[in-house]
Design a protein around this ligand. Structure first.
Ligand code: AMP
Length: 545
């Protein structure tokens, strides 16, 4: 027998309609390209997103079409976030920090029809125009008419100004109803082997994730809060914060391209931010600024950090010197992204000193609605005793089942579990802690670097016979690549000559910080590089004495 409750599709437009109707005056504040502050409300976001649907329709965007963005956190980007899915199209956020090859591959793979581009990324779009001209017909610069730059596109592509298009459109659009399983957003991750892979979210998954992320033991987003996601909107939906804020009526503060310590401290105080979220590298920058300038944060109560392990210094310094709690979350692009959050249970409430710090370094408890487990190499469950470690698997309605373009379910293991590529322990009371990573990638400042891509280039050096790139912990960037090379018999290798061959082939920030010449590299019985041994040996190479 079925229940007798009303059935209603869980749509992203429903989140926005709620924000506009019940938190009409809730503020959305953005720093724009020139550093000025733009402010409007959730009612304005909803009204203008309807207007933007009309623009998208004029540009020929229909249901299921991909609408790409290359943009910082700002109000125009937010409007694309809501307008594209609201009409049944798909908002595809692209990471502009990637190499032009990857960006054009991603836009081509997604078959983006239109690209919405911030002024900062005009050079990026020029660099890729020729390679994406088969799918991208229109490029819309996210600015006012007076700021329109000259952008050289390929023949057949059209350049537009966002504000001009918006001024010419009307707001008569009515949000349609459709299946909540319809795709809503697309985000590529480089945290896998090979080319970046697309994760295709649905309205339902986004809605449920926003509900869970807003819970008291997670973001604890309330209408009186003002939340500043430093995490970019091109990184997994800015951790779902743009949705959780509209859902709860919290104010949303968007920093644009200004993410250095001084700019953040100014905006956090000026806009009375209560919670701010981002990767550890950002918080290290903010901490350094506060310590050198003597400034204090007057309203921030909590800093949520995630994307990489929390450096103990963050917890100690923000907690001890500034009275601000640093709380850790863990997740991944394939998880929408939030999977766990470290909020105390009764037993952890009284912890102090070293015990409190030790506990804060754990990645946390699973969010309700999804599940996790750790398994050994044969897929057998491991005990939750805080010391047995194994592959971390997850399952639930906001976790990917396949990558974009692949068969549904093709990314899953036995019984529908998704292997995260992280290695973890789980304590008896359910706190997960990451101990290692089985996937072969390096995370620097919240962004992935492919070790395989770097190794392939290294072995093109005439004197290198074998190469390995591993993640080594780094005080500022969390991790940086360390390259180990073995010389061909009789050859000697000049490390500088190895670094030179990377020129023009990779984004500059991918360049290994150091090249170590070694006699040999460890291998497994089947001849594969034994990265675990290398990681254990060199993991602190950049941490100094
Ligand atoms: P992404 O898909 O770019 O969000 O990256 C997800 C991966 O980042 C995870 O699988 C982890 O390897 C890593 N990660 C995310 N959050 C944390 C955290 N709090 N501690 C350690 N690693 C993390």
């Amino acid at each position: 027998m079925l229940g007798l409750m009303q059935s209603q599709n869980l749509l992203i437009s429903g989140i926005l309609k709620h924000g506009a109707r019940h938190h009409a005056g809730g503020e959305v504040v953005s720093r724009t390209h020139d550093g000025t502050v733009h402010r409007y409300t959730w009612a304005d976001v909803e009204r203008r997103s309807r207007r933007l649907v009309r623009v998208l329709q004029t540009l020929g965007v229909g249901q299921g079409d991909r609408v790409g963005t290359l943009a910082w956190n700002g109000y125009r980007h937010l409007e694309v976030y809501y307008a594209a899915p609201g009409m049944g199209a798909i908002c595809h956020t692209i990471n502009p920090r990637l190499h032009a090859d990857d960006i054009s591959y991603i836009a081509g793979h997604a078959a983006d029809k239109v690209l919405f581009v911030d002024l900062s990324f005009a050079p990026v779009i020029e660099a890729i125009a020729d390679r994406v001209k088969d799918c991208v017909r229109d490029v819309v610069m996210l600015c006012e008419a007076a700021a329109m730059p000259e952008v050289k596109l390929a023949p057949g592509m059209h350049l537009h100004c966002y504000d001009t298009l918006m001024d010419a459109a009307n707001e008569d659009y009515v949000w349609p109803d459709f299946d909540e399983n319809t795709a809503s957003a697309l985000c590529y991750t480089s945290g896998t082997t090979g080319r970046p892979k697309g994760v295709l979210y649905s309205h339902r998954s986004t809605y449920l994730h926003a509900y869970a992320a807003a819970l008291p033991d997670v973001l604890c987003a309330r209408a009186v809060d003002r939340i500043l996601p430093v995490v970019p909107m091109f990184h997994v939906n800015a951790w779902g914060i743009p949705y959780a804020c509209a859902m709860t009526g919290a104010g949303l503060i968007l920093p644009g391209r200004f993410m250095d310590g001084a700019s953040l401290a100014w905006l956090l105080n000026e806009e009375r931010v209560s919670l701010t979220c981002g990767v550890p590298t950002i918080w290290m920058g903010l901490l350094q600024h506060l310590r050198t300038s003597g400034e204090r944060l007057t309203t921030v109560k909590r800093i949520m950090t995630g994307g990489s392990a929390t450096p103990p210094l963050l917890v100690e310094a923000f907690g001890g010197e500034y009275g601000i709690a640093v709380e850790q979350g863990w997740g991944m692009t394939e998880m929408s992204p939030v999977g766990t959050y470290n909020s105390p249970k009764q037993a952890q409430q009284g912890l102090t000193g070293a015990d409190a710090l030790r506990h804060a370094l754990k990645q946390g408890r699973i969010l309700p609605g999804i599940d996790m487990k750790i398994v050994d190499g044969d897929g057998n469950d491991l005990p939750w005793d805080g010391s047995a470690f194994g592959d971390l698997l997850v399952k639930g309605p906001w976790i990917a089942s396949a990558y974009f373009g692949d068969e549904p379910g093709s990314a899953l293991e036995k019984d529908g579990w998704f292997a995260t590529g992280d290695v973890a322990t789980i304590s008896p009371d359910g706190f997960m802690e990451i101990t290692d990573r089985s996937k072969d990638v390096i995370k620097s400042g919240g962004e992935w670097i492919s070790s395989i891509a770097l190794e392939n280039i290294a072995v093109s050096h005439p004197d290198v016979i074998e190469a390995a790139v591993i993640a080594s912990r780094h005080p500022k960037w969390d991790e940086r690549p360390l390259l180990l090379v073995v010389p061909k018999p009789g050859a000697t290798i000049d490390p500088a000559s190895v670094l030179k061959i990377y020129e023009g082939q990779i984004a500059k920030w991918w360049l290994p910080d150091e090249v170590l010449v070694v006699d040999e590299l460890p291998h497994t019985a089947t001849g594969k590089l034994q990265k675990t041994t290398l990681r254990a040996r060199y993991k602190d190479h950049y941490m100094g004495p």
